[in-house]
Ligand binder design. Structure first.
Ligand SMILES: Cc1cc2nc3c(=O)[nH]c(=O)nc-3n(C[C@H](O)[C@H](O)[C@H](O)COP(=O)(O)OP(=O)(O)OC[C@H]3O[C@@H](n4cnc5c(N)ncnc54)[C@H](O)[C@@H]3O)c2cc1C
Length: 397
């Protein structure tokens, strides 16, 4: 049997693309591994094994803002269609330690174009009167975006996209692809357990893993990086006390820590409440092989990053009643131009990968762009192929 289309990667972009492709095509499959319960069994990992991702609207430029805007607009409809609630519009606060990067003037222009509501804070005392729990240095500036900014549950967002995909007749396979080749007029997909699929068209959406195994002949220029977060266990009363905290992006830039993100305590599948905080750290690892990634997920850093993250957390939320802190490992990847790669690779084969640490909030629109490309060989009118053009290692000098 030859599928019309197969999407490889059941992550945030792949599941969105699969939904959109299945709206127009029959005979579509989505292949990717379930989240393993034991790390040892896992071959590839993902950026979505988590409970919360920040959704905001204004991005670095108009393309990013449009992607966020369109994706956020889909949440209500997708929740209704899938009967899965994954989105809470509880706002997002962006804080810079000072105004040195002139972020707020650029922000205002961008917000105006998209008619986004916001509130500006010019110093720490204004930030304090907005939310008394957070503490920032005196020179700090802030911008608050109310709803539709907020947070999404990435596992449930994928589930919601997949439910709609299945309703449309799509088939899901729990497998990991190890090789893509051509056979006659079809694309042959070989999985690690030797199960084989054939398709007329294939969309590669395996996130940080696109260059590993034998999915691509020519490797994409992609920086794949370890990401360390801390999950801070608090009791239910403490979670309740902090329930007014919006998602926080704190553009701190110090030698030992940069770019903090923090999401208030939420109830996780184990029944406990955890506040999550992550950041870029000097000992983040840039991976060059799948073995290095497997080693990182299974055994982590030699250096314990918790003390640095805990110190930063205590400066932001000094009165937080912590019960326990544990470290959680994740992975992100960065493209050459800062936008995901979406484009054709060779006959019938397309790619949509490279989240740059922000593709949960824009995944629905990214999936739609990839679906339009695969189905109609064009980009949606409001986007340009140039912005998403895949860059290969050999070209990236
Ligand atoms: C700690 C952390 C915090 C983040 N916070 C935010 C945030 O607040 N807001 C935001 O917008 N973004 C955030 N991100 C980024 C966001 O999660 C990613 O950009 C997004 O998940 C990328 O989507 P993707 O579909 O490309 O990759 P993924 O979501 O990682 O999905 C890729 C899928 O492909 C599968 N796969 C891989 N290889 C194969 C193979 N060979 N065969 C079959 N399947 C395969 C994987 O198992 C996975 O399911 C964060 C990321 C991390 C790690």
């Amino acid at each position: 049997m030859i599928y019309e289309s197969i999407i490889i990667g059941r992550g945030l972009i792949g599941s969105a693309a699969a939904k959109y492709i299945s709206q127009s095509q029959k005979n579509v499959a989505l292949i990717g591994p379930d989240e393993a319960t034991a790390l040892e069994q896992q071959i590839v990992f993902a950026s979505h094994y988590d409970r919360a991702r920040i959704q905001r609207i204004v991005g670095k430029d108009s393309v990013e803002t449009l992607l966020n805007f369109l994706s956020a607009r889909q949440h209500t409809e997708l929740e209704k269609e899938s009967n899965i609630n994954y989105y809470v519009a509880d706002g997002c606060l962006l804080v810079t330690p000072d105004d040195s990067d002139n972020y707020s003037s650029q922000y205002k222009e961008e917000a105006k174009k998209f008619d986004v509501d916001y509130q500006i804070f010019n110093d720490a005392s204004q930030l304090k009167s907005f939310n008394a729990h957070f503490h920032f240095p005196d020179s700090a500036k802030g911008i608050y975006e109310p709803a539709p900014s907020g947070h999404i549950n990435p596992r449930l967002l994928i589930k919601a996209q997949s439910e709609v995909f299945k309703k449309n007749g799509g088939e899901i396979f729990n497998n990991t692809v190890k090789e893509i080749t051509y056979q006659n007029d079809a694309i042959k997909i070989n999985c690690v357990d030797d199960e084989t699929f054939y398709a007329k068209k294939v969309l590669l959406a395996p996130g940080s893993f696109v260059n590993f195994l034998n999915l691509l002949k020519n490797k994409l220029f992609l920086k794949v990086k370890s990401e360390t977060t801390i999950w801070v266990k608090v009791n239910e009363q403490e979670a309740q006390r902090l329930s007014s905290l919006p998602g926080l992006l704190y553009k701190i830039n110090e030698p030992e820590i940069q770019d903090i993100y923090l999401i208030r305590p939420l109830r996780y599948p184990d029944g406990n409440f955890y506040l999550k905080m992550g950041a870029n750290l000097p000992n983040d690892i840039y991976f060059t092989s799948l073995q290095e990634i497997q080693e990182w997920f299974k055994n982590g850093h030699k250096k314990d990053n918790r003390p640095v993250l805990e110190k930063a957390l205590k400066s932001i939320l000094p009165y937080l009643l912590i019960e326990e802190i544990h470290e959680k490992r994740c992975i992100v990847c960065y493209t050459k131009h800062g936008k995901p790669y979406i484009g054709p690779i060779e006959k019938g084969l397309y790619v949509a990968a490279g989240g740059n640490g922000y593709a949960a909030m824009s995944s629905d629109a990214l999936g739609k762009i990839a679906a339009t490309l695969l189905l109609e060989n064009r980009f949606p009118a409001e986007f340009s192929a140039k912005d998403f053009e895949p860059v290969f290692e050999t070209e990236a000098v």
